[in-house]
Ligand binder design. Structure first.
Ligand code: ZN
Length: 263
């Protein structure tokens, strides 16, 4: 009896713990299923950068779900592409700061909050919604900055291991070999879609095919990581509407409907 109540208490704590322990970066999907989330950074500070056209075309043609982390400057410089991506349901936008400072681990809370807020405004003005997640440039952050970004409603998505695609020394063969060797269920893969993933467009189709052959499927971050900024799915909305309709019927039958009282 005592053991079983302890066990139940443990289960309850295990349920509660993740909700309490906020302010940490997310490095993998919370699942053991053979699923992978593809994420692409569209970094741009003061040097102009554009979408890697063959890579983007591949993702769209192959109908893969993916998240693109864009800086505010990148979004403004690539307005037409951003508008087009905004019409595709399986594309999620992430905030990658305003102008990609690589030293946000040394930023004050206010400076980090300002980077995130300015990018938010730029991205929302173009795609019509706030980005769902945040990713720090070069993965550099401090605890206060992380909390500031989370306070704006963005979970922070990083990675468990880097694919290495922004290195000029990488070849497509080595990228394919590394990813297929290191990948585990729930991994969040990080690549670059701003023209700085030198062999990504060449490697990704081979990576996708290889992982699918191993039994993996590609999922959206939003399917596994809740963002306060992502509205509930159509199914959730339908259930909420049905509940509201039931409540109206019940209230009406009991004669306590506010509308009934007016009449
Ligand atoms: Zn970046």
């Amino acid at each position: 009896m005592r053991v079983s109540s302890l066990f139940i208490a443990f289960l309850l704590l295990a349920q509660i713990a993740p909700a309490v322990a906020r302010a940490d970066v997310i490095r993998r999907l919370p699942t053991d299923e053979k699923v992978i989330a593809l994420t692409f950074d569209a970094c741009m500070g003061h040097e102009p950068a554009s979408f890697d056209r063959p890579l983007l075309d591949y993702l769209l043609t192959r109908k893969l779900p993916f998240t693109v982390f864009v800086t505010g400057r990148f979004a403004e410089h690539n307005r037409a592409d951003m508008e087009r991506l905004a019409t595709i349901g399986r594309v999620t936008f992430g905030n990658h700061s305003w102008d990609h400072p690589n030293t946000m681990d040394r930023y004050t809370t206010q400076a980090t909050a300002a980077q995130a807020a300015r990018a938010d405004a730029a991205i929302e003005a173009i795609v019509g919604r706030k980005p769902a997640f945040f990713r720090f440039p070069a993965g550099n952050f401090n605890t206060e900055g992380l909390a500031a970004v989370e306070a704006q409603g963005m979970p922070v998505i990083h990675w468990r291991w880097a694919t290495g695609d922004p290195s000029r020394a990488e070849t497509a063969d080595r990228l394919v070999a590394r990813v297929t060797r290191l990948v585990e269920p729930g991994d969040i893969l990080i690549f670059h879609i701003n023209g700085r993933g030198w062999h990504t467009a060449e490697a990704l189709p081979r990576i996708v095919d290889a992982l699918e052959a191993k039994g993996y499927r590609f999922v959206s971050l939003t399917d596994y990581v809740a963002s306060p900024r992502v509205p509930p799915t159509a199914l959730d909305r339908a259930a909420a509407l049905a509940r509201q309709a039931m409540e109206r019927v019940t209230l009406g039958a009991a004669g306590t409907s506010p509308l009934g009282a007016v009449r």
